[in-house]
Design a binder for this molecule. Structure first.
Ligand code: UDP
Length: 431
């Protein structure tokens, strides 16, 4: 087995889960795309993830396909627990807790998962050169696993509890999460920040040493997300000549879709408008139902469509059909949907929060709104809707900006982080 192998730990976010459904979103996409692009530049990656139970209609990518434990009582080398993403990138599903265990119970099963990772590594005679963990739960594992192997640990948090808590009154996160994040920020060899905002917040809220923080934005698959003919795209979606505003993402309150519904009620345009809301809540939150009711109360339900989840391969049709993509979040650590829209040549109107100013260039590829109020959003949307030339020039600039952010470029940067850490370690060993 190659010594160049990197261990990704994405404990609760499988790279094979369908984004846009339940809790699966940008983190799942990031892990899959970064792993795949690292594989493309010759870095083999094993992604360790927890067996989970898929939603109906998704491929069964879990231990559920396993026929059960092997005679020695373990299911460690069942062929179904390993799935290839590409030639040298594979996903290793390991058991820890019940496959559909609730998120809040997962901290308690981390030690079991760690033992499974160690057993898998030893059982398969694997050697890793670096560990890269995703989110605090995986970070807990990454720290222990990298120490056990005596190799460097890189972490991408994706979201941090204290930043999230600052984004909106009433957001609360467990104390144990904050404590583990603090320990990880103090101990990780390298921390990936998606934006200057995230880096500065880590320093301010967690006392992070900025020298160990590496800025590396997320990427976009420029082959999949590309401008398609607008009229054809609209026809494919059965849309008429109405102007189209689009939201894409998980539907949960922090995403602020309520603001889009309220903005729809404020729009004052000569031409009729249709609002498409793509994505799903996790069923239990009832957020979609709440938004539907709000749309009814505000009497905008006849021009807002709650489309549900759309497979990523189909999303370019939606982005290309849209005049503007709206990202009304209270907080985004990055905002992949904004970047995907830009890659499809569609300008973005977004809240000026978190990583969104890294993605959207105000006045060039769209507009950033400092006030999360319907009037402010409606104002920018009306401007874009009413000017074909503004929309066109911003769309061209948006695609150009997205071209700087391919996953391949991101992978090169992250590979450079691993190389530097491995070198630092061998230098410190030889002194
Ligand atoms: N997504 C999808 N289908 C949907 C809704 C969303 O494939 O119906 C994907 C979308 O393409 C994007 C991700 O889910 O890649 C959402 O990422 P983003 O960073 O916008 O939000 P996050 O989930 O990280 O909060």
């Amino acid at each position: 087995m190659s010594e160049a192998r990197v261990a990704f730990i994405s404990f609760h976010a499988s790279p094979l889960a369908a984004p846009g459904e339940g809790k699966a979103g940008g983190m799942n996409v990031y892990v899959r795309q970064l792993a795949r692009s690292l594989g493309n530049i010759g870095i083999p990656v094993d992604v360790f993830t927890r067996e989970y139970r898929p939603h109906a209609g998704q491929p069964d990518v879990t231990g559920g396909k396993n026929t059960g434990p092997s005679p020695d009582g373990s299911n460690r080398n069942s062929p179904n627990m390993i799935e290839a993403i590409s030639g040298n990138v594979r996903v290793i599903h390991l058991p820890a807790g019940e496959p559909d265990a609730p998120m809040h119970s997962l901290y308690g099963v981390l030690p079991d998962f760690l033992e499974e990772m160690k057993a898998f590594t030893l059982g398969n005679d694997l050697t890793y050169r670096a560990v890269h963990s995703h989110y605090w739960l995986s970070g807990w594992l990454g720290r222990a696993f990298s120490r056990w192997l005596d190799i460097p640990h890189t972490i991408t948090f994706h979201t941090l509890s204290r930043i999230k808590m600052q984004s909106r009154a009433g957001e609360n996160e467990p104390v144990e999460r904050q404590e583990v994040e603090e320990q990880l920020i103090a101990s990780a060899d390298r921390i990936i920040a998606f934006s200057p905002h995230e880096r500065d917040s880590m320093a301010r809220l967690y006392g992070a040493d900025v020298k160990r923080i590496q800025l590396a934005p997320c990427g976009v698959d420029l082959g999949t997300f590309r401008p398609l003919d607008r009229e054809e795209s609209r026809q494919r979606l059965g849309l008429n000549g109405d102007k189209v505003l689009l939201y894409v993402g998980r539907i949960e309150s922090l995403k602020g879709v309520e603001l889009l519904v309220r903005t729809a009620a404020h729009l004052d345009t000569c031409e009729p408008v249709r609002v498409l809301v793509v994505g799903d809540d996790n069923g239990q939150d009832g957020e979609v139902e709440r938004l539907r009711e709000l749309a009814g109360t505000l009497q905008v339900d006849d021009f807002i469509d709650f489309v549900g989840r759309v497979a990523q391969e189909e999303l370019p049709v939606y982005y290309s059909a849209a005049d503007v993509c709206v990202v009304p979040s209270f907080y985004e650590s990055f905002g992949l949907a904004a970047l995907e829209s830009m890659a499809c040549g569609t300008p973005v109107v977004a809240s000026r929060v978190g990583g969104l100013p890294t993605v959207v260039q105000h006045g060039s590829t769209g507009y950033l709104k400092s006030w999360r109020c319907p009037e402010a959003f409606a104002n920018s949307l009306e401007m874009l809707i009413s000017s074909k030339s503004l929309q066109h020039s911003m769309g061209v600039a948006a695609r150009r900006r997205a071209e700087d952010l391919s996953w391949d470029k991101v992978a090169e940067r992250i590979a450079g982080v691993y190389d530097a850490l491995v070198e630092e370690r061998s230098a410190s060993r030889s002194t």
